[in-house]
Write a protein that binds this ligand. Structure first.
Ligand code: TMP
Length: 238
């Protein structure tokens, strides 16, 4: 089971990825929560370069560094975890490159797709949860969260781009939903509270992977782990 969370900045993906991981763990399932860019030592170094607002990067450098981060992440972290029967939840993956660098910067995904197909070596997600949000709302949410947390890291190099870039990214995600409809599920988070989004995401995962309904830690006290071997692939019937 390989699940990715995607969406424009400020869509609440990282919060939702953590909530989903926690809920699956409460059901006795073994989960790896990871992110891009990042997720490996090399990836964290690349993340600093990629998001540093003081650095200018050429478009193809950005495309290739995102892909390099992904290639390392797949080989070092994601594939081994899947081989160990863990559920992998990844906060951003190939669709981020298609939406941001493809639709957002280049206006077309062909080059970004070709490069990233090499980077992922055929490892496509089984399910992609797209948390949609209107960019103005998302960026405002993000700015507010930074102020409330007190750390005020400010907007990174990519978040600082003009609104029209973020609008192209959002439209790009909508196009990806049409192209990859089988693995995509979209939740519009613009007017929804965190717990409602979390419940919707949970229901999609339960349905998609035939996870027996399990809502509390009581289940764990009974000492039973869920057997999920019977779920072969995304969209399989239960
Ligand atoms: P994050 O804020 O969700 O951690 O992601 C960092 C930024 O990196 C975000 O603005 C989206 C951007 N990004 C890309 O542009 N392309 C990619 O392939 C990935 C993984 C992230």
């Amino acid at each position: 089971m390989f699940i990715t969370l995607e969406g424009p900045d400020g869509s609440g993906k990282s919060t939702q990825a953590a909530l989903l991981a926690e809920r699956l763990r409460e059901c006795g399932l073994s989960v790896l929560l990871t992110r891009e860019p990042g997720g490996t030592e090399l990836g964290e170094a690349l993340r600093k370069i990629l998001l540093n607002p003081d650095k200018e990067l050429a478009v193809m450098t950005e495309v290739l560094l995102m892909a390099a981060d992904r290639a390392q992440h797949v080989e070092e972290v994601i594939k081994p975890a899947l081989q160990n029967n863990m559920i992998v939840i990844c906060d951003r993956y190939i669709d981020s490159s298609l939406a941001y660098q493809g639709f957002g910067l280049l206006g077309d995904i062909s080059k970004v797709l070709a490069i990233n197909e090499v980077a992922i070596g055929g490892l496509w997600p089984n399910l992609t949860l797209l948390l949609d949000v209107e960019p103005k709302v998302g960026l405002a949410r993000h700015a507010m969260a930074s102020n409330v947390s007190g750390s005020a890291p400010g907007l990174d190099r990519i978040e600082r781009r003009e609104l029209s870039f973020h609008q192209r990214v959002r439209k790009g995600y909508h196009s990806l939903q049409r192209i990859y409809g089988e693995r995509f599920y979209t939740i519009d988070t613009t007017d929804l509270k965190t717990d409602i989004v979390a419940q919707q995401a949970w229901e999609v995962v339960v349905r998609r992977f035939c996870i027996p309904e399990c809502t509390s830690k009581t289940y764990l006290k009974e000492g039973e782990g869920h057997e999920i071997d019977h779920c072969h692939s995304a969209g399989s019937g239960c």
